[in-house]
Design a binder for this molecule. Sequence first.
Ligand code: SF4
Length: 280
Amino acid sequence: MIFLCAINNVLSGTCNEDCKFCTQSVRYKAAIERYTFKEEETVLQEAREAAANGALGYCLVTAGKGLDDRTTDYIARLARRLSTELPHLRLIACNGTAGEEQLRYLKAHGVASYNHNLETSERYYPSICTTHSWQERYATCEAVRSVGLSLCSGGIFGMGECPEDRESLLQSLRTLNPDSVPLNFYIPNPALPIPERTIDREGALAVIRRTRQLLPDLPLLMVAGGREALFGGAEKSMFDAGANAIVIGNYLTTPGEAPDRDRQRLRELGYTIATDCHGA
Ligand code: SF4
């Protein structure tokens, strides 16, 4: 059984932080679309399309270091609207660092889960970001847990980290005991300071296997960004390694596979596409 999740970049490309893997930082001037607070009707229509494509999880993402009052209100408004009109969608918010009060507010408005990635190991983190700390990221994940939201936390592989960093990140994730772990594989962009992806398919499979080994009961082990580049035509290998969820449609600033092609491919491989999130 494979679970499908979709993401909507509802505020794009306006971030002042310096994460070296991220085209949404204004520092690197990547050629991406930049906008603030996508119209509610547009988000609703895009969510309908994602649901029609089989998405069960729907993630509302904003660029920026963390939640401020305006963004919290905006996401809460979207969540209220979406949970009323598309009640079977499981809403995930991904809005950077957040405190318990903000997270409780989102939960009260229909958000079920909060995504905040540790990104890489605590040791390697200063090499990829200097404007905020790994510890802040970890603290947000703990806050998500403490307010009773489901925690979605993972990382990005292939940013120049060594094998020990990969292991360290996975061990840290284990201490958080997330409900969902998205594994991203770095997508190079000429504007970004990290020149190339330093992981291949075998390396990525090793990461998936190790995650499943460390978190055997993890409900959702998701292959997210970079899937097409590393596993296009070899999707079965990532499910054999322990993954059971994918992101469909476009990523934050890079296009993904067409959802109907993904669904067709999953059917050809003999997988059932999940139609509810219960037990996951
Ligand atoms: S804080 Fe988030 S949006 Fe900003 S540069 Fe880092 S990853 Fe990108």
